[in-house]
Design a protein around this ligand. Sequence first.
Ligand SMILES: NC(=O)c1ccc[n+]([C@@H]2O[C@H](COP(=O)([O-])OP(=O)(O)OC[C@H]3O[C@@H](n4cnc5c(N)ncnc54)[C@H](O)[C@@H]3O)[C@@H](O)[C@H]2O)c1
Length: 265
Amino acid sequence: MPLLLKDRVALVTGGAGRLGRATAEIFLREGAAVILADIDETRVRRVAAELEPSHSGKVAAVSGDQSVAEDAARFVNEAEAALGLPDVLVNAHGIFPNCPMLEVTVEEWDSVFAVNTRGTMLTCQALARRWIEAGVKGSIINISSGAARSGRPGGGHYSGSKAAVEIMTHIFATELGPHGIRVNAVAPGLILDNVMHEESEDAHPYVNMTLRSTPIGRTGSPADIGEAAAFLASDRSEWTTGAILEVTGGTHCGRTHMPLTRQLR
Ligand SMILES: NC(=O)c1ccc[n+]([C@@H]2O[C@H](COP(=O)([O-])OP(=O)(O)OC[C@H]3O[C@@H](n4cnc5c(N)ncnc54)[C@H](O)[C@@H]3O)[C@@H](O)[C@H]2O)c1
């Protein structure tokens, strides 16, 4: 099979994180060069150093704060200087504190929107401006969350910030489509480093309950999200823009754990 992302250059934010790294690994496997961006300079350089030996000359790392306009613009400039102008952007950075609505402070509320929402807007804006200038028909993939459409206690700021990312994905898609630029989102469900196929006494009851509600019968892995991002980055999705691709094993479909109603009588 031909490589899905041959000769592509991808900027992956949150590149030191779980989903960012898995996405980078899949993109490299599919022939792309990857620039990892993250606020954690030590960790992002370490991840790049770990990936480099198998993909010589195709990995670079940049560091800075995604929520700061100058840093987001610098990510793009440094990426271009290192490996060429990226034609794919994956926004996989994020923070996800948990705090009840009656306790959340203005500072905490604002910081979640600054990183998750403004940070996503800033890299989209910085790279799309360069693409229009250079005539590049790039692809953007914003990592959202199932939480954007499903409330949970303590998730007011997080869910709100991701719901904003999703509507912003639609807006960018409408504004950038005429330039040939596609903008999509992936909304992951529960992702664990060690995929669970069966409920376990050692697991948190919430994890067991989610597993019971997952039609595909396992929790997600970081690679599940990277594979979805690779599809949206590639020409195989060339008529797809403004899509929110839910990658949840089916948990988002509704009350999937419910028995047939005739069994309830
Ligand atoms: N893991 C899941 O189950 C899950 C589910 C749904 C959505 N998501 C979303 O996927 C994305 C990645 O999640 P993850 O599990 O890989 O988390 P993670 O914590 O492993 O990675 C997030 C990365 O973002 C970086 N980051 C945080 N603030 C930053 C800033 N201001 N500037 C630059 N980088 C910054 C962190 O340093 C970290 O490396 C997040 O947006 C998260 O909301 C994750």
